[in-house]
Design a protein around this ligand. Sequence first.
Ligand code: PLP
Length: 841
Amino acid sequence: MPCPPATPLFPLPDALAALGELALDLRWSWSHATDVLWERIDPALWRQTHNPWLILQNASVERLRELAADGNYLATLAELAAAHRDVLARPAWFQTACPPSALQRVAYFSMEFGLSESLPIYSGGLGILAGDFLKTASDLGVPVVGIGLLWQQGYFRQSLDEHGNQVEFFPHNEPAQLPVLPVYDANGERLRIELPFPGRTLILRAWQVRVGRVSLYLLDSNDPLNTPADRGVTAELYGGGSEMRLLQELCLGVGGWQLLRRLDIRPEVCHLNEGHAAFVVLARAWSHMRDHGSDFRCALNATRAGNVFTTHTPVAVGFDRFTPELLQRYTEAAMQAFGLDARTLLALGRANPDDASEPFNMAYLAMRGSILVNAVSHLHGHVSRRIFQPLFPRWPQEDVPVGHITNGVHVPSWDSAEADRIWTDACGKARWLGELEHQEEQIRDVSDPTLWALRTTARQRLIAFVREHLQRQLATVNAPAERIAQAAHALDPNALTLGFARRFAAYKRPNMLLADPERLVRILTNSHHPVQLVIAGKAHPRDQAGKAMIRQWNDFIASRPELAGRVVFLADYDMLVAEQMVQGVDLWINTPRRPWEACGTSGMKILVNGGLNLSELDGWWAKAYAPELGWALGDGREHDNDPAWDAAEAAELYRMLEEDVIPLFYHDRDAEGCPRGWVAKMRASMSLLTPRFSSNRMLREYVEHLYLPAAACYAARQDPALGRRLCDWQDALARHWERLHFGEMRIDGDAGAWNFSVPVYLDDLDPDFVAVELYAAPPDAGHPEIHRMQRGDPLGGAVNSYTYRIAIPAGRAAGDYTPRIVPAIEGARVPAEASHILWYR
Ligand SMILES: *Cc1c(COP(=O)(O)O)cnc(C)c1O
């Protein structure tokens, strides 16, 4: 693999060269050992940005010269640089826990990555997850390489005008100011990827980001050789219309795959983080055709084995869809080059391949092109099986091949310095670097006063941050001097602090607490039990309803002088604001409309810091909640957007705050002022939930349940004979399926068993290509009962027809059971790779 030069773009004094190496590794975003180096260079800028790359870019030549002559500084630098190299070279969990296998490399494709505010190329939860994923891969030594786009403007930045309206800004991401380096090819030339677009060639430039042991490659289209319109393809994350989105997704999937080829990175597994990345399925199959001279279907079978897909969308309308004309226009060149007809291509993105009017659905392409698919929480698994059901007509919903791996958060990125110290003392330095089974007991032993002191310190620190942030925010919109002065004293360091930060979208119901403003005011202004609220969040620039909800909160704050300093809306929710909030609040509130929160991760970030959750029973909380761990809203059912139900939940939220949360925080305090009940809940939540909802647990599940099986399957399918056999199987199924049928079933009962036998007529289909199963639906919410029936002798006087039999214990009524014929062949996954099914009735 050609290595980019590991030095910054400007000359550092030789003695300080290692600073460039450290500043360009985003490991500093979660490992704080090197903070002392940056702080020494420019303490004020460090406090403001926490961005080593910016510190280095803005350091004066004189300051650098001084430090280059400072023996102590140089010694510290040498020590930290050596430690850094040592960490990167040391084997990690993957190298020690996973025996050598077919898994050498995973390529992780994502539209956004939220690694650090110094690289603002994310919009929200999906990107934060991708960032946490790469950081964890580095910690655990999982051989992942990330593929994404270098957004020139990223997502918008939010400001609030003097009336509390959201105002959007799109500052330019100057690549030279970002911790990224250009990628060069083996000849030392700037690496460029070319995509054939109608009437022109789109050029993509490549960049590399270091994330500890992991590399992230990014592509951008801002090359002067592109047309002005094409230069803007990677300008704005989730901006533009349908055509722009299509181009962006082609850059990610097709461009990203070509980049891997150019770098000679040959992943066994491609991981599609959401359907945006699904074009990699096509690009990978096309490469296989070229390499092996195979046809498209065989190439797809061979490569599908190495693709895995994570779906994040809880509603079918959330999937990206393109008109057939648009897709055809941009894939024309590839279709010609690979002799592919439009119908075959379009069929991959349609529920019904024969419906010429059906748009092309990226999630369907991802589904059809991946061997393993997962949703992001237990509940989201159910929801996803329901929304992907159209791809598997007549299959029971629980057979729809979507499993789940619940998201987790990269704990070292979200813990406070104080929490980090407590966890290190209790669980050791390597606590997030391997398996987590002892953490629960270890953190349980931390004393009440220690846990309570953690809360108090964290709350104070949040308040200091809020005061500074708020003063700046008000000063920039010319707020009256007395409001700015008030902001310097906002919030009370001893008051119960509630918080939430979320996208202002209708389904998140960010204004639920405003359902009864008088009641909220009473809760907040109780002089014995004061409560305060810290809020942040952006609305998508085109979401008028979301913006109205932001305005509603700001109107509420502005119109109630008695709330001054008790409710704060922080502008420009980003990773820095999120970090402060999740570390400082006592209670995190989350009110999505079930089942619209596929998983949700912000509430997980507070666990390590000893915050508690009060959340709708949706996403991760639907499975995590228990009464000793926090509070739950809702009845665990779906109510759509019924206003009466929203009102009932709001009333329940107030009631819980008044009767449960506030008393627990203020009552039953011991002689030192420590609330025993509250701390008990903290201890339970921290110890039971933090390891379970860490990205460490998540990534190890991805390795075990997706990557290792997919890599093994991919390796097996590189044998062309197996690839061909799968194609023959699929062809034969397509040819004969319509003519398969059953004869009359017989059921005999004897000695406590049911004997089922049924004649099956297989047309000319090889009997080894199918299985006949006896199926009984689950009696309640459990698993269905499925028995494989045995093929008996051929039926006399009929061609290729057999009696299938089975005897089972007569525990349920014989009428509960139904035979069905399904495709089956060694090494293939059904129904993922063949979705035929024939029921007896
Ligand atoms: C964690 C995080 C999110 C995602 O939060 P959800 O609860 O999953 O919606 C979004 N934005 C930022 C800045 C975050 O840190």
